[in-house]
Every structure is written in structure tokens, then in C-alpha cells.
Design a protein around this ligand. Sequence first.
Ligand code: SF4
Ligand code: SF4
Length: 331
Amino acid sequence: MEKKEKMNRFEQHARYKNKLALFVTLAAIALPMISFEERHLLLFNFYHNRFEILFFAFEVNTPLLASIFVVFAVCVILVFNFTYARYFCGHLCPKTILKNLFTEVIEGKIFKIIKQKNIQNETIDKKPLQTFFAYITLGVVTLAAPLPFFFYFIPYDIFMQSVLNAFVDAPLLGMFYGAISLYLFAEILFFKEFFCSYLCPYQLVHAITYNEEKSYYAFSDKEACIACDMCVKVCPVPDLDIKKGYDPRCIACGDCSAVCADMVEAKRSTPLLVYTDAKGVKNRSRFFSFAGKKKVLLLVAATLILGIGAIATLASQKNLTSCRFVNESLH
Ligand code: SF4
Ligand code: SF4
């Protein structure tokens, strides 16, 4: 009975993350599929050379469309960095969601390989057959995982046709797709959080825009620590010990804080590890990048105005030389 209560906060936290992940995944898959009169809600349509947003379509050539995508991606990265900072990485990032799907659902729930969720360095039960099938399942999942990503660049029905034809009509696209699948498989199984810590452009912007008001996980009461080390064991980032202080590799998943709350719950009502900033400011707004809401809103507004201005300028430069419209009269 006591053990069940001890895991409650961690399980609640995992459940919250899983629900959020399901919502984000469904929304991300649906977004490029929503269309009205052949115009999509959001599509960087490299197949027909047009940028489609909010059911409007702009004819642009490939370099212009690529530029529009870069501007759009930079704006998204900045807006999330100015608001939810690293919280995005631990809760909303597709790679984190995929990793959790493997460790928690495939390994944990389906094949029951890991004794406890997300515990790095945990002794894995010697179940070679289950492990083999877990890897096969991961292979199938990582084979399908890049699909939603490609739906943002090629209309999903056209792209699915290519997939069903085994990319015989577009071998380069097939190789690119295969490389992404393979990398995802290797990242989840072998490289762990290497991409999140060192390669991800979001992390790069996060590091550049670091400031004293940005939230991160830290001790609220170091003296009360019972040195159980559970916060280190549940951390998905290899060799990260958040007790030693701020570590830029932390993806703010909150697992350490949740498990800590379970560990010390007999003595206190709050965990020793909390999401705070260098000044220890409490009762902040729900934004995690700056303590003041005004600063966040100002930066977001500036990013959006500049981004929309840049995209409008690029989209207005019509260049039909490489445009392959089936039905130009629509535009
Ligand atoms: S230190 Fe805590 S919040 Fe950061 S990645 Fe590890 S478990 Fe997640
Ligand atoms: S989980 Fe909490 S009590 Fe246990 S070592 Fe980490 S900070 Fe200390």
C-alpha cells in the first residue's frame, strides 16, 4: 500500500504527459491534412510549388518556398523559446514523444521489459525474446514516424501514393525518408538524448537566449535531500545529475521532480526539485522563459510581426518558372 502511494505523483505526471503527447500527435498529423477547396490549413507544398496557409495558396518557386519554410520554422522555435522554453522539449517535442512511446508503452507496458519507467542504468530483465520483439516494434514505429513530417511538404494523398509505390517514382525522396527512419531508430536505442542535447536547433536557440529568469529544475531545499538518487535514475538524459545544479542538457520533462515528491512525501508536501529560475522567483506567470508576462508577450508579438512581414514579402514575389500547377485558374 505504501509503495503504491509513493508512485502516485510520478504516475500522475506520466499520465499527464501521455495525454498531452496524444493531443499533440493527433493535432500535428491532422494539421497538414485539413483543406478547403484544394487549399490547406498549412502546407509547404513542394509538389505543386505553392505555400498554403489558412486556406489561401501562394504560388512560389522552390527556393522561395524553402525560404518561407525557414522563416516559419525560426518563428515557431523563437515563439516556443520565448514562452515555454525547455518545457517544450520534455512535453511537446515529437522526438521526446516517440522516445516515451518506446520506453513507456512498447518496452514498459507491452513487453514489460523495464522494471520501472524511464530508469536509466536500470537492470533490464533478461528477456531476449521480448527485447527482440520490442526492437522490431520500434523499427515499425520509426518507419511510420516520419510520415506526418512529410505531410507538411507534399500533400498527404500524393505522398502516400509514393510510399505505396515504394518510392520507385522518387528514389531520392525514399532515401531521405529511410535515412530519417534509421536515425530515429538509432537515436532512441543508442544515442539516447544526443540530438536533444547537442544537435537540436531549438536547444541552440534556448542556449543563446538563456537568461536568469528562464525556468529550470533546481533544488528548493538541498538540506532535506535523502540521497535516494531516484531523480538521477528516472532522468532520460544519460549521466545527468540535476542535484549538482543547472545542466543545459536537461529537457525539463519534470520526471525528477515528480519522483522526488513521491520519495519525500512523508516529510513534506512539495518536492525538493522544482521548476524555478536563478533568482528563485515564485508565483510566476505560466510562461517559463521570463518572469514577467509583458516581456514574453512583447517578444512574441515582435517575432510574429517580423515573421509574417518576411513571409508576406517572400510569398508576394511570384515566380512561376518552376511552378507545376495542374489547375492555375484556381489562383
Ligand atoms: S533533470 Fe529532471 S527535468 Fe531534466 S531531463 Fe532529467 S528528469 Fe527531466
Ligand atoms: S529524488 Fe529528491 S530526495 Fe531523492 S536524491 Fe533526488 S532530490 Fe534527493
